[in-house]
Design a protein around this ligand. Structure first.
Ligand code: F6P
Length: 380
């Protein structure tokens, strides 16, 4: 019997967090189940900080469907299995997960919903192994969580990037320039590829295809030969040249056991090189956190609502240790073990790292084929 559940939102924020929270709360309330939200992701679970969530008039979970961010916060530095603490003036890393387990048990939460990407779901799997009833919901603008066709937040990011491309088109065309747009996505090229198609870009450089800039130059020159003196280039932040490396902006301080590489800067590099190679003026725009903030698209509102209601259904059916997913367009669930993949060891590295089980763009994906068919240069 489920009587009391808790939600936590973890990792980088996305548009749609609140829509998921609202859907869980509404579905729970319809069944007479109490809902709570831990504050700031796994940090709140560790500190046992939570608040009641309700859609009654003027309550926290009311009126939040179009709202960006997360009403219960989120954390990007909360690997509680390897947590940064200061002891005698020294920084050490400790496994504090048992405190979290104790918090869930002593306050009688029958289920914990974990909204997050691969790192969050890795910890969720580890909590499941420790006997907590966990149900994950796949979140990230990067769309790289294994075992699901789509994560919530991704569609909004693509829409923001598409709008930016529309705007870059008009200014690029006016000034006969190469306009480069650097988008997020970490080690996956989903945002870049899909926004390039939606925004009518000429070139898309993604992490899955190491690029040869000469190919991009060929494309730009072919356009010039047809009288088109401007070109639009989308570059994923994780794109790298053939025989080259990823461009790193700086190091994040997200703790141990997570990927602290702060990607960024490749757009500027590509713009400069294209300018030199073509003789055309080039400008870079880095879209950054615009992709994560603000109101979710209608698609993301529906997807998030479906995910939230499905997750609560799974709880009522007693199906724990799973991730709510979309498979071939239909809601489903998969074991968190499958989501974690080979990165099985409890307390082992979590987050977007080489050990992570990420879903990247594959060469047989319809998006790749479509892009090639309509002449988008993928840098190969
Ligand atoms: O994973 C989501 C994401 O927005 C990535 O696309 C980006 O590389 C990263 O987070 C930025 O992280 P931070 O919020 O730590 O700057």
């Amino acid at each position: 019997m489920i009587k009391k559940v808790a939600i936590l939102a973890n990792g980088g924020d996305v548009s749609g967090f609140n829509a998921v929270i609202r859907a869980i709360v509404k579905t729970a309330e319809n069944k007479g189940i109490e809902c709570y939200g831990f504050i700031d992701g796994y940090n709140g679970l560790l500190k046992n900080e939570y608040e009641k969530l309700s859609t009654a008039n003027d309550e926290s979970a009311s009126g939040i469907l179009p709202k960006g961010g997360s009403i219960i916060g989120s954390s990007t530095n909360a690997n509680v299995f390897n947590y940064k603490v200061e002891e005698n003036g020294q920084i050490v890393y400790k496994d504090l997960s048992d405190i979290c387990v104790e918090n869930v048990k002593k306050d009688g939460f029958d289920c914990l919903f974990t909204l997050g990407g691969d790192g969050t779901q890795k910890s969720a799997r580890d909590f499941s192994t420790k006997g907590i009833n966990v149900i994950g919901i796949p979140k990230t603008i990067d769309n790289d969580v294994a075992c699901t066709d789509i994560t919530f937040g991704y569609n909004t990011a693509v829409s923001v990037a598409t709008e930016a491309l529309d705007r870059l088109h008009t200014t690029g065309e006016t000034h006969h320039r190469i306009m480069v747009l650097e988008v997020m996505g970490r080690y996956a090229g989903w945002i870049a590829l899909e926004s390039a198609i939606a925004g009518g870009a000429d070139i898309a450089l993604i992490p899955e295809i190491p690029y040869d800039l000469n190919k991009a130059v060929e494309k730009i020159n072919a356009r010039r030969a047809k009288g088109k003196n401007f070109s639009i280039v989308v570059v994923a932040e994780g794109a790298a040249p053939k025989d080259g490396t990823i461009t790193v902006l700086n190091t994040r301080n997200n703790g141990s056991g997570v990927d602290n590489t702060k990607l960024g800067g490749v757009g500027q590099v590509v713009a400069k090189q294209l300018e030199e190679l073509t003789g055309l003026e080039a400008r870079n725009t880095t879209l950054g956190y615009m992709q994560r903030g603000g109101t979710p698209t209608a698609f993301d509102r529906v997807l998030s609502t479906k995910y939230g209601s499905k997750a609560m259904e799974l709880a009522l059916e007693g199906e724990f240790g799973v991730l709510a997913v979309i498979k071939n367009g239909k809601l489903d669930s998969v074991s968190l073990e499958d989501v974690v993949g080979n990165n099985k060891k409890i307390g082992a590295v979590s987050g977007n790292t080489a050990e992570s089980n990420l879903r990247k763009v594959t060469m047989d994906d319809e998006l790749v084929k479509t892009a090639r068919n309509i002449g988008i240069c993928l840098g190969d």
